[in-house]
Design a binder for this molecule. Structure first.
Ligand code: F55
Length: 838
């Protein structure tokens, strides 16, 4: 290793080598030093922002020590590594997580108190790292936490967006998007200006036959953009293992080209080129479950895949191993189809640059990749137009055609009688223009394909990938049910519940092995435990009520039943069903006598979530929720019996306040549409119950916690097709209670009815694709059951505690172990206290 300190001088280094702090005093020393020197603030101008900065930098230093050691340890161990490629990492805040994972939050809290600051205020100074849309991006973040906590040698690779997911403001009931410029002060990233990769776009392919008679392809005359690495340390919980998340940032390649422009006086156009290059990593696309085929998005995907693969290959080549060893050193997991270009890119590197034969290269590629599918919704399946590909990535298009040719020949040989199949499974869709089907390419180029919950993994085998099960056999397909990290979603979000559990289980081991929660079942009837459990839920509701008062100005009663639906706004997730249910409840209250009203259980319906900026129907749903809230919350007849609020700008740190405060949360997608869902797991783990459809992970949650502890309703996925059909071909009778809701909207009781007509008409006139009318009765009847159940607090608390005790399966640690065993074939690496040698 050329850059190491020579042996005789190492003693000098080691004498001063940094050690992680472990006490309050050491923390204060580090924090004050950073505030004074790194941040150049004094005793007289240290505000909460500066105190956050000093605290973050103290923890950053502490993590870096473990991080360096981990990286060296992993390099020396020379084991297989996992690379998790995701275009989204929805990390949220880092400071609280770092303090808890390195188990020094108490030192910091006491130290900050000495300096006159409250921990909570300091934590709230940090901006979320919001480099993701929703579940898919948050899953990647949970996986990084588990990979490090379980000591797997693993890296994440993503894009360093200058703007994360937009900030949502609600103005006059409408969503307004504000850019999220989050990088002003980000102490958690390390720019690696020496780790750069030149990435080519456009250009042409020149083919020739070399001296040995071999066909050679050269991709040339393209435009070069430079990728610069930014590294983010990922600490594991209660382990020195600290993994790396590498995010790529784009900038103009500093080549002769630029100098020529400068010298010839084309200063402005040279700066414009620079800006064009920087545009690649400028902004996260804000669509979830929708793909719109934009050129810049394809550029982002290639830029990031090419930079990541170059980096992985560069690391492998240092080991001087033979190419056939590559799949024994490297496992690459594709988080959805967004990184699928990594497949033709690795094939290109192996054949065009390393001179391997096609078949040998392809066998390496297939062994290296695994592909996770997150959706069966047709509008979310990525397709790129062939002309766009031809223009941007001409060599990759050729390679994709070659992959397709080999694949179709194989299919033809094995299914000679089924000529139709060739068109169905071809990577190229014969449309106008032709399209590249990325999911097929990802599947063909991987050795395993997994869905994210049992139902979803079954569905992909019978719908979008049906033919491929025939072609490759069922063993290529597997299931890894999603999970969540208990560190953030229990210990960090709900410290009092975590502490209560620890007091009964004899410590915090359950944060590393969540199945230990089962021992809580012994306390279901323990009076003191139940009381404390209820008090914690109440305190969490008080905290959320305060947030709602501060942000919406609405007073909600913390003794009311908190009914929460927070997730991206999407028709398939059916927030419209929820708000129609709220209107139904409102109309019912209005029609009641004062005596009847007294018997009702008070409710607070809480909504939150972002709509993709171009998704009109989703924006209409937000508007309706706010319009209903404006009426209901100010109606004297209703009082505390019903409140309806929309919490602005739902994100990871809001979730940490909202999730622990639910009595009921809503996971009510049309059966067969929500691949898994992960917030369902978070809510139950925090002692809330669920109303849900038989969809995604709800089904497995039910199996684990028992059907007496969940409120399931609605039609099943196997009936969806027939029901949709029936909407068009048999005149179906509309549910009268839903009709009453629509009449109220049409009468203008929530403002001008015209604003909501698309939403109503989608159901009444345009086939009700998401089956709102079919499930409405079952939905409101189930809410009536919930009202009754909530009145019996004793049995309610038993359900909550039992559910928490049975949630062990849904830890992302369990997921990661399953991926490691079934897909990656990697082992954890026990951390050493100090890396040996340099
Ligand atoms: C983002 C961009 C595109 Cl182009 C497509 C999809 C997305 C996205 O955000 N998808 C997403 O969040 N999918 C969700 O993944 C979760 C984790 O597996 C699932 O729990 C959830 O059901 C699924 O919708």
């Amino acid at each position: 290793v050329e850059a190491s300190i020579p042996e005789p001088q190492r003693a000098a280094w080691q004498k001063f080598s940094a050690e992680p702090f472990n006490t309050k005093e050491q923390f204060e020393q580090e924090a004050v030093r950073h505030i004074e020197t790194t941040l150049a603030r004094s005793l007289y101008n240290c505000d909460e922002g500066a105190a956050y900065g000093g605290t973050a930098l103290a923890f950053r230093d502490r993590m870096v020590i473990d991080w360096n050691r981990t990286q060296q340890n992993q390099t020396f161990a020379d084991q297989k590594r996992v690379y998790y490629l995701s275009l989204e990492f929805l990390m949220g805040r880092a400071l609280d997580n770092a303090m808890l994972n390195v188990q020094q939050k108490d030192s910091a809290k006491a130290g900050l108190a000495d300096l006159g600051f409250r921990m909570e205020d300091i934590i709230n100074q940090e901006r979320d790292a919001a480099l993701g849309n929703g579940g898919l991006g948050r899953l990647a973040a949970c996986f990084l936490d588990s990979l490090a906590s379980l000591n797997y040698p693993a890296w994440g690779y993503g894009l360093r967006y200058r703007y994360g997911i937009f900030k949502q403001e609600i103005i006059d009931g409408y969503q307004v998007e504000i850019p999220d410029y989050w990088l002003d002060f980000n102490p958690w990233e390390f720019p690696r200006h020496d780790v750069t990769v030149d990435i080519q776009f456009f250009g042409n392919v020149r083919k020739y036959v070399d001296d040995s008679g071999k066909q050679v392809s050269v991709w040339e005359n393209g435009e070069i953009v430079q990728a610069v690495a930014y590294d983010v340390p990922i600490p594991g919980y209660a382990t020195p293992t600290t993994n790396n998340l590498r995010l790529w940032s784009s900038k103009a390649a500093s080549g002769e080209f630029d100098f020529q422009k400068f010298n010839s006086g084309e200063y402005e156009s040279s700066v414009a080129d620079q800006q064009r290059a920087e545009t690649i990593s400028a902004v996260l696309y804000p669509n979830d479950n929708l793909e719109r085929g934009k050129e810049l998005r394809l550029k982002q995907q290639y830029f990031w895949c090419a930079a990541s693969l170059f980096d992985i290959v560069r690391r492998f080549k240092k080991s001087k191993k033979a190419w056939k060893e590559f799949p024994n050193a490297v496992a690459i997991q594709l988080n959805d189809t967004h990184p699928t270009l990594a497949i033709p890119e690795l094939q290109r590197i192996l054949i065009d640059q390393e001179g391997l034969e096609w078949d040998e290269a392809w066998s390496i590629v297939q062994k290296t990749f695994g592909y996770t599918n997150h959706t069966v919704l047709p509008e979310a399946l990525e397709k790129w137009s062939v002309p766009l590909f031809q223009h941007l990535l001409p060599r990759h298009l050729q390679i994709i055609y070659d992959i397709n040719l080999h694949f179709l020949q194989y299919v033809e040989r094995n299914f000679p009688k089924d000529r139709e199949m060739l068109g169905r499974v071809s990577i190229i869709e014969e449309s106008q223009p032709k399209m590249v089907r990325m999911a097929y390419l990802a599947l063909i180029g991987s050795h395993k394909v997994n869905g994210v919950a049992e139902l979803h993994s079954d569905l992909i085998k019978t719908t979008i990938f049906k033919d491929f099960v025939k072609i490759y056999g069922p063993d290529k397909f597997t299931n890894v049910t999603n999970g969540i990290t208990p560190r953030r979603w229990l210990h960090q979000a709900n410290p009092r519940l975590s502490e209560l559990i620890a007091s009964k289980l004899g410590g915090y081991d359950f944060l590393k092995d969540l199945t230990l929660l089962h021992k809580l079942e012994n306390y279901v009837d323990d009076k003191a435990f139940r009381k404390e459990f209820q008090e914690i839920k109440f305190a969490n509701k008080v905290r959320l009520a305060k947030h709602i008062k501060d942000t919406n100005g609405v007073s909600v009663n913390p003794a009311a039943l908190f009914d929460i639906q927070v997730k991206r706004i999407h028709e398939y997730k059916r927030q419209q069903l929820n708000i129609f249910g709220v209107i139904h409840r409102y109309l019912t209250i209005k029609s009641m006598s004062p005596e009847e009203r007294k018997k009702l259980a008070p409710r607070v319906s809480i909504f939150g979530g972002k709509a993709a900026p171009g998704y009109w129907m989703a924006k209409t749903i937000i508007h309706l929720v706010n319009a209903v809230g404006a009426v209901v919350n100010n109606d004297k007849d209703v009082g505390d019996l019903l409140k309806c609020v929309f919490v602005e700008d739902y994100n990871v740190s809001k979730a940490e306040i909202i999730v622990p405060a639910s009595d009921i949360s809503e996971h009510i997608s049309t059966a067969g549409t929500e691949a898994s869902g992960t917030s369902n797991m978070k809510f139950v783990l925090n002692g809330g119950l669920i109303i849900g459809t038989c969809d995604g992970a709800n089904i497995e949650i039910t199996r684990e916690i028992g059907e007496e502890n969940i409120f399931l309703f609605g039609n099943l996925s196997e009936d969806v097709e027939d029901l949709r059909h029936a909407h068009f071909y048999s005149k179906f009778e509309f549910d009268p209670q839903l009709q009453r809701v629509f009449d109220a909207i049409k009468e203008g009781r929530f403002g001008d009815a015209g604003q909501f007509s698309a939403l109503v008409n989608g159901i009444v006139e345009h086939g009700d694709y998401y089956l709102v009318s079919d499930d409405f009765k079952s939905y409101i009847d189930t809410h009536t059951l919930i009202d009754e159940a909530y009145k019996d607090q004793e049995s309610w608390v038993s359900k909550c505690i039992t559910s928490v005790a049975r949630m062990g399966f849904f830890s992302s640690d369990r997921c990661i172990d399953e991926y490691a065993e079934m897909i990656w074939n990697v082992e954890p690496l026990s951390p050493t206290k100090k890396a040996k040698g340099v």
